[in-house]
Design a binder for this molecule. Sequence first.
Ligand code: 2HG
Ligand code: ZN
Length: 479
Amino acid sequence: MSASFQLPAALHDSLSALLGSAGFLTAESDMAAALTDWRSLFHGRAAAVLRPADTEECAKAVALCAQHGVPVVPQGGNTSMVGGATPDESGRAVVILTCRMRQVSEVDYADLTMTVGAGVTLKAAQDAAAAAGLFLPLSISSEGSAEIGGVIATNAGGNNTVRYGNAREMVLGLEAVLPDGRVLNLMRRLRKDNTGYALKHLLIGSEGTLALITRAILQLQPKPARVEVALCAVADAVSALQLFARFRRADPSSIQAFEFMSGQSMALVNALIDGAALPLSEPAPAYVLVELASPRSDESLRTLIEETLGEAVEAGLVSDAVLAESEAQRQGLWKLREEHAEAQKRAGASVKNDVSVPLSAIPALIEEATKACEALIPGIRVAPFGHIGDGNIHFNLVQPARGMDPGEFLARSHDIMDTVAGIVKRLDGSFSAEHGVGQLKTYLMPSWRGGAELDMMRRIKNAIDPECLFNPGKILPTE
Ligand code: 2HG
Ligand code: ZN
């Protein structure tokens, strides 16, 4: 079957000649995977899916699309939680995949940098850094599929933000194709470079609406010599934050991750994920996963984590805890954290609220939003988890275990999102901490970012992409 919307013949022929059969796909079956998001919330159509092999091919393809007024939807590993890389239903756009731009071309030991193509998965980039004896401290649950270009385009955060910041903090240099097909080369590996507007930072987090990222120079770190991980049973977010404060007092620079999981969300992981087994004597109301790292290989980090946990147990903050004794156990504990999104997907329809609030407001957020959601839909499963150390909670809701079908639950998505958002706003938080706006949350932009802020965003969009060809319908609501 051919695509439902035909590209202009001249464009079709030029793209086909430029990209060849490996890079130019128009059969529905070849395009299908790129037209639906990971959550299966959005089902778009496209005139073609392009897979350029390098920046030059990508730039030429974008220039051709621009000449014919054809919209372009950049897509990396297709792991967006907000439909950020799924085309609309018009079928007019082409999707450009970065998956063939997969070169890890250079690791520099003096500068601690790595040059990567947009299509390198985050996991492959981490592995390449580790193979060189270095460390790329960006870690997200979807790192096996998420590609560097998308990770930067969405300014992904994840598990290590508490120590190393978001993707933005790790990007030294950037190369991107602009909507008219020009290549913007910002591949400078400089810590200091005050030479006008910070275009690199404008593109980071712009979700493919301003440019298509093709390469990056990432800032690496020395590989820690010692890592310690513990899973702790706690009563609630208040105890979790008190535990965080204790670790921060003991040694703030050693905290590499500090994650929270509600009992409800962990129960879903245990029930629905193969090989996930809680290594504690009994289930708890909530859990913390803490990871510490040190450049020193001696026992001091082990002593630090044991002493801090011991004191927390004595103070009644932690009721049970397990420390990883090997790399395999460390990975086992992390699996119990990283599979929450997958477990919730398997549990039925769910509504996600990727929100952030000041640390001090997290207990109020969880308490108030839990009450409000339970009042909204009796039987709703409140399953929050997330990066509590940096203030980002995934306040997710799963459909009731019985008595409601997925469609009926999803029809209440906006009620749920608005209810949670109202509480988050009162607590001075953000309605999107790390997943971005995509197409799912554009409707929230006027009330949260309206006035001068949204106006400036529109002017920037208009200056860089006046025909609105790049990722239309994302971030900015249609006027
Ligand atoms: C995570 O922290 C991801 O595991 C996914 O950001 C969060 O499923 C989610 O809401
Ligand atoms: Zn997350």
